[in-house]
Design a protein around this ligand. Structure first.
Ligand code: UDP
Length: 254
């Protein structure tokens, strides 16, 4: 790690300079935060699992023609990605009421929504990622109207695809958060899916028992966080054959 220049350190990941211009290395940590940084913890093995799960999901999404920043996984905790200019908007897609939507609108968790709902949050730690509308995004120039249109179309495709993919392994995709970036090549610019897609950024419930298999286990002190992430990986068929060697055993520390 010391051999590379660190570009940025976030809550769950570190970004390093990549081996070639236009590339970066994304390193997945075991650190977890929630409630705008007020709750912090370490989930042993989480980074390894999220690296693998995000690799798998980004690859499958790329295969249906949605461009992503993902290039390839390098090792247990690192993946090579394309350098992009992150659009400062978190796009949340919801299929079932949960979390902040349930709280804000008084809709019981678990209630299916009449149709998929897209929300936007402005990425700002100081402001606690406030919810914003399309008007704010375009008026303040965070994204151009046609960029936003593209992000919405891609998000709905990703939602339909991931809903089916997870359904096939007995998991209900309740909601998720994705981010986009601008990828520049010569004179060209393309909006691509960026960041990660993992149980840190999705709500995933067992199809039959409704058991939570995502970061809500950490947010709500439910325990067995890494075990739940591992079960997601197992169902997707992507646990390394020899077992996750970097993982010392599921354990949550706070
Ligand atoms: N989410 C995320 N990062 C955030 C906020 C939300 O990945 O900073 C994800 C979260 O895991 C869930 C979805 O986005 O899958 C919707 O989250 P919600 O708005 O309900 O917020 P929360 O209840 O998690 O505060």
């Amino acid at each position: 790690m010391a051999r590379r220049r660190q570009i940025y350190e976030g809550k769950a990941k570190v970004i390093f300079e990549g081996p070639e211009p236009g590339t970066l290395v994304q390193y997945f940590k075991d650190d977890a935060t929630a409630f705008n940084n007020q709750k912090r913890g370490t989930i042993t093995g989480k980074g390894v699992l999220n690296n693998r799960i995000s690799e798998y999901l980004m690859t499958r999404i790329g295969e249906i023609g949605v461009p992503t920043h993902f290039v390839r996984r390098l090792n247990m905790r690192e993946q090579l990605i394309k350098e992009v200019e992150i659009i400062p908007i978190e796009v949340v897609v919801r299929n079932v009421a949960a979390g902040s939507l349930s709280k804000r609108l008084g809709i019981e968790e678990g209630q299916s929504l009449p149709r998929s709902i897209i929300e936007y949050y402005y990425k700002s730690d100081e402001l606690g990622d406030p919810m914003v509308g399309e008007e704010h995004i375009t008026a303040f120039g965070w994204a151009a109207p046609q960029e936003l249109d593209e992000m919405v179309a891609m998000s709905l495709r990703v939602n339909d695809f991931l809903s089916g993919l997870f359904f096939g392994v007995g998991i209900r995709l309740i909601d998720f958060k994705i981010e986009y970036g601008r990828h520049y090549t010569n004179e060209d610019m393309r909006i691509v899916l960026a960041d990660e897609i993992s149980p840190d950024s999705c709500r995933l419930w067992d199809l039959h028992t409704n058991e939570k298999m995502d970061k809500d286990r950490f947010r709500r002190d439910m325990g067995n966080v890494a075990e739940a992430y591992q079960e997601v990986a197992r169902r997707l068929g992507i646990l390394p054959e020899s077992g996750p060697t970097d993982i010392k055993g599921p354990k949550v520390m706070q």
